[in-house]
Design a protein around this ligand. Structure first.
Ligand code: SF4
Ligand code: SF4
Length: 102
């Protein structure tokens, strides 16, 4: 939260470092899964994106065959799921146009 202390325009504000506050107020984008590229949707179990997520079970859940489902109201758009995805191009991306109004 140091950036909130030095921001010259006041565009940033500090929030509590608690999971509930972060998921409520942080909205950098929304993770989106491309089922045509995702290994789990193609029939082999993966699920690495859920393991990389700081909020597994909240922001991203796995259904049968470890298929990822994004929970729109919980995903903060951090992109850790994108970094871990083994597919090229990645089967999960961040849509920065889909930001929650907080
Ligand atoms: S963008 Fe971040 S919070 Fe959202 S599903 Fe991916 S790892 Fe989880
Ligand atoms: S890491 Fe990529 S390929 Fe693996 S389940 Fe997640 S989106 Fe699919």
């Amino acid at each position: 939260m140091r950036c909130t202390e030095v921001c010259p325009t006041g565009a940033l504000r500090s929030i509590p470092k608690e999971k509930s506050a972060i998921m409520r107020f942080v909205s950098m984008g929304l993770a989106v899964v491309d089922e045509a590229l995702c290994i789990s949707f193609l029939g082999r179990m993966c699920g690495l994106c859920r393991d990389a997520c700081p909020y597994p079970g909240d922001a991203i859940k796995l259904t049968s065959w470890a298929r990822p489902i994004i929970v729109e109201q919980r995903c903060v758009g951090c992109g850790l799921c994108v970094e871990i995805c083994p597919q090229q191009p990645t089967a999960i991306r961040i849509d920065t146009t889909e930001r929650r109004v907080v």
